[in-house]
Design a binder for this molecule. Structure first.
Ligand code: ZLM
Ligand code: CA
Ligand code: ZN
Length: 399
């Protein structure tokens, strides 16, 4: 017994194809699919596999991806390899499809098509399990790639599994609420559904400029961005963005999250909810700028679980792999209603990946706030004004 209590209430399904782990974006690229190996090992070490239904979904097919993506983009994605990308024909398209470029956010790597089909297949299968009422909470930690556009890769994302899963949920649900707690703005999902009132998108993210006046990626998601302004457009007012500054702490984030998400849920009354749980909003993340602890991040999952609606949980960003694994293991436990003890199981493979840290090596819940990487510049006055604006923005969906 590893300190777990019996699960209660909801039934949870876990959708994961382990072949996704073996893909590499390149040696120093921040996106590391092996963080999913760590996550899985932690979940197994705590015995959480006995509390959920486990599924190993097949890869998505080209036709399934084409429900959202352009076929020209998909056929490029399917055929491009590190070997053939230098050809004149491919070079002519590579930049317009979002690959390569100066930042190389979206590199071409071996097995790219396999990788995107696997994480997308898992999100589609998870959505399917909710549609068939096989579970009330379906989890895919390998998905959540919210920046991909219908005809372009962007920000480490090639195929938008979230859009595909939401489209699938819409076949039997009138309204779907999308919530995004990744530190980056969920621009791809927002854009895909900007002209419909059947999806409400809500993203919490860092928004602002660095000392060179470069915007934090992707640069969109101001509080004023609420969807189309044309009153005839049904999507008007069905987008809500919560811009946050560096260093936000647990109390502030949890307050913002429950105040705003609670209001959106009450006013929009969704039939199903998709929650993107990007773990780059944690303190000590390689790319993120917030100071959140694992339990504050997990509070968002707990809070949304409390709405008691079909819930699809998906991963996303997260660039300090040991903390990604800790967070998604904790959030899996939240879903099944288990409490995990802080000392990591000693038989955990890769135990050394969780040891030798300044704050709390060898434990599930290290103090991430005290890594103090980012000064908290979120004032009470600023947060109050964000909530005021958010409530004002919500008037569009009243009645
Ligand atoms: N340049 N390697 C989050 C996606 C964040 C774009 C464009 C100048 C990186 C980053 C890539 C190995 C999610 C930008 C121009 C260079 C910014 C971003 C490859 C390090 C590396 O070491 C790296 C050579 C790379 C990329 C850092 N990119 C950090 N931040 C963002 C994209 C995705 O978490 O939301 C969901 C999964 N891109 O800022 C430039 C604008 C820098
Ligand atoms: Ca976000
Ligand atoms: Zn992110």
């Amino acid at each position: 017994d590893y300190g777990m209590e019996k699960p209660q209430g909801s039934s949870v399904s876990f959708h994961y194809n382990p072949n996704v782990e073996y893909h590499h974006f390149g040696s120093s690229h921040p996106m590391k699919p092996w963080r999913l190996t760590l996550t899985k090992q932690l979940i197994l070490a705590y015995g959480l596999e006995y509390t959920m239904e486990l599924h190993e979904p097949r890869p998505a097919t080209l036709d399934e991806l084409a429900i959202f993506h352009d076929r020209e983009y998909l056929s490029f994605l399917k055929n491009i390899t590190p070997q053939n990308m230098e050809s004149a024909d491919n070079q002519a398209h590579i930049l317009s499809f979002g690959f390569g470029g100066e930042s190389n956010d979206c590199p071409v790597f071996d097995g790219l098509w396999n990788y995107v089909s696997l994480y997308s297949g898992a999100s589609l299968h998870a959505a399917d399990s909710l549609l068939n009422a096989q579970s009330n909470i379906a989890i895919n930690w390998s998905g959540g790639l919210h920046h991909a556009k219908k005809n372009a890769a962007s920000g480490f994302c090639y195929v938008n599994d979230i859009v595909l899963a939401i489209q699938h949920l819409l076949t039997q649900n009138q309204r779907v609420l999308y919530i995004d707690i990744d530190v980056h703005h969920g621009d791809g999902v927002e854009q895909a559904f900007e002209s419909t009132d059947r999806v409400f998108t809500l993203s919490y993210h860092k928004f602002g400029f660095d000392k060179y006046n470069n915007p934090f990626f992707p640069g969109t998601g101001a509080i004023t961005e609420m969807g189309p302004s044309d009153p005839a457009n049904r999507g008007k007012g069905h987008t809500l963005n919560i811009p946050i500054e560096d260093g936000i702490d647990d109390e502030q984030y949890m307050w913002l999250f429950r105040t705003i998400t609670g209001a959106v849920n009450e006013k929009y009354r969704p039939n199903a909810i998709v929650l993107q749980c990007g773990a780059d909003s944690l303190g000590g993340d390689r790319l993120g700028k917030f100071n959140l602890n694992i339990k504050a991040h997990g509070y968002c999952v707990e809070f949304v679980k409390g709405f008691d609606k079909p819930l699809l949980l998906i991963g996303g960003g997260g660039y300090t792999p040991r903390n990604v694994a800790r967070t998604w293991c904790h959030e899996t436990a939240v879903c099944v209603g288990a409490t995990l003890h802080n000392n990591l199981p000693t038989h955990l493979p890769y135990l050394q990946a969780f040891q030798g840290e300044e704050n709390g090596g060898g434990v599930l819940y290290p103090d991430l706030h005290n890594t103090k990487r980012h000064e908290n510049v979120n004032s009470v006055a600023k947060l109050n004004s964000i909530v005021r604006s958010a409530f004002e923005n919500l008037r569009y969906i009243e009645g």
